[in-house]
Ligand binder design. Structure first.
Ligand code: AMP
Length: 107
């Protein structure tokens, strides 16, 4: 498996973790585009957001992903922030393992 986020999840590559639970991790983006720029990543390898099925299961997984993004933003003390998801080549996606960018400034 040469997915960079799977390698981070397995501990094969370093990352600056800010949050971990049974289903998700969050770590600092290696090339931050905001004073705080963290990626929220499910442990399950799914290539892109649009791969989640339009079903109860997909709804649950999407809900959990955005729930964690909110939780991480709260933990980091962000009162306002931007959530960004790149979907597919035309959406500017570089890493093909679902993730949400959480970007903001402390306070
Ligand atoms: P995108 O797929 O367009 O949502 O962007 C992927 C993001 O992952 C970019 O902002 C990269 O800077 C970030 N990234 C790539 N490799 C790493 C890494 N090893 N550790 C942390 N962030 C990374």
């Amino acid at each position: 498996m040469d997915c960079v986020f799977c390698r981070i999840l397995k501990g094969e590559l370093p990352a600056r973790f800010v949050y971990e639970d049974e289903g998700f991790v969050a770590f600092h983006d290696i090339r931050p585009k905001a004073p705080v720029h963290v990626l929220v990543v499910p442990r399950e390898h799914v290539e892109k957001l649009s791969d989640y099925p339009d079903s109860e299961e997909g709804e649950r997984k999407l809900g959990a992903l955005f729930n964690r993004a909110n939780r991480v933003a709260r933990l980091l003390g962000l009162s306002g922030y931007k959530l960004q998801v790149h979907v597919g080549e035309k959406g500017g996606q570089e890493v093909y393992h679902v993730h949400v960018h959480v970007m903001g400034s402390p306070g």
